[in-house]
Ligand binder design. Structure first.
Ligand code: GLY
Length: 360
């Protein structure tokens, strides 16, 4: 099964995509690793903890539980976990395993980034979204009341172990929401991946192993390449934000309650596609193909009651807006995108209105 390398100035590490891949943990533990702290949720531990316990064998470890929700992804919880580590005998030779979905990946990674000024972390993601996005690339962080992920650090893991078998217990809505990040990867960087998602839609949604494992592996391969060429998001890494600028405005406007992140990204990709179409950057057949694939993997919850103007106002406040310039990742054809920062608010608002019209 595939294994990819992420090479950044901070660290070079492997990302394994393999059914049963959790059992490969011992290969990636440093030879003289001290006590291990597994940051996880009660649900994930109950469902999949036995696999990790088996992989840990006789290694000294403790399990730290965290109620994984956006409300709890806060500095106060990082501090609580750090106190628990300290009470549990953590030192500079200790290691964190972040075992859960994206929130656990981000918070566990952040804990490792700042505990004693930084100890290693191994990421073992258990949701599709975390497997294809959050766990790879070293972004870690927590929320402030004023916005998501406003504090954090780049802290590359020692390894990422992606085991598609754990997805069998994921609620269908969460699985489908993760697929939108894979569609995103196809649009930004791989026409073959996009075409496979289009032609293999029924098999993907039926969670056939051969195709699910393949599209996960392709997404991870591409993300590993992007992060390897731009760890800090000063250039190429921005392409991973396709659909996210618009999507974040929808998530924020609905207080992160109505849409899963992947669903908001799906809507955001729709808005970005309309914007590219209006700017005559995207061939009409590609415009229709993207909207068609998003429809066929949908629907997302209704956007009823949300105004285009309110969402446009949120774009300006997005954390990626720098000196009032909003950066939009826009497709020029399937498999290629460019970043534009010369879009007027009127143009963005028209694209938002069209995307809202599709999802009532
Ligand atoms: N989720 C986007 C990135 O990792 O850069």
């Amino acid at each position: 099964m595939p294994q990819y390398q992420v090479s950044t100035p901070q660290r070079t590490y492997s990302v394994v995509v393999e059914r049963g891949g959790i059992s490969r943990l011992p290969e990636f533990l440093p030879p003289r690793s001290g006590k291990i702290f597994v940051v996880t949720t009660a649900d994930v531990w109950e469902l999949h903890g036995s696999h990790l316990q088996a992989a840990l064998g006789s290694h000294d470890y403790a399990t730290l539980f965290f109620a994984g929700s956006e409300e709890n992804k806060r500095m106060s919880h990082v501090e609580t976990l750090a106190e628990q580590m300290s009470d549990g005998g953590a030192d500079r030779s200790s290691l964190v395993i972040a075992f859960g979905g994206g929130i656990v990946n981000d918070l566990g990674g952040f804990l490792a980034a700042i505990y004693m000024r930084g100890i290693p972390v191994i990421q073992i993601p258990t949701t599709l979204l975390a497997q294809v996005d959050a766990s790879v690339g070293g972004k870690t962080g927590a929320n402030l009341t004023t916005g998501k992920n406003l504090i954090g650090a780049f802290h590359q893991p020692l390894a990422v172990l992606i085991d598609p078998a754990v997805l069998s217990t994921l609620p269908e809505r969460e699985f489908n929401a993760g697929l939108y990040e894979i569609i995103k990867t196809g649009v930004i960087a791989s026409e073959p991946l996009f075409r496979l998602l289009a032609s293999g839609r029924d098999e993907v949604l039926a969670q056939r192993h051969h195709i699910v494992d393949h599209v996960i592996a392709e997404s991870v391969r591409i993300k590993a390449e992007v992060v390897s060429s731009d760890e800090r998001e000063s250039g190429l890494r921005r392409i991973l934000n396709f659909g996210h600028t618009f999507g974040h405005s929808l998530e924020a406007e609905t207080q992160y309650k109505r849409f899963l992140h992947g669903e908001a990204v799906s809507w955001g990709m729709r808005a970005a596609t309309y914007l590219a179409h209006e700017l005559e950057m995207l061939p009409p057949e590609d415009h229709f193909s993207i909207l068609n694939v998003l429809d066929r993997y949908g629907p997302i919850p209704s956007v009823a009651g949300i105004s285009a103007e309110a969402l446009a106002a949120r774009l300006v406040k997005d954390k990626k807006t720098i000196q009032q310039k909003i950066h939009f990742v826009l497709p020029t054809k399937i498999g290629e995108v460019i970043v534009r920062s010369d879009i007027t608010l009127d143009q963005a608002t028209r694209a938002i209105a069209r995307a809202l019209g599709d999802c009532q």
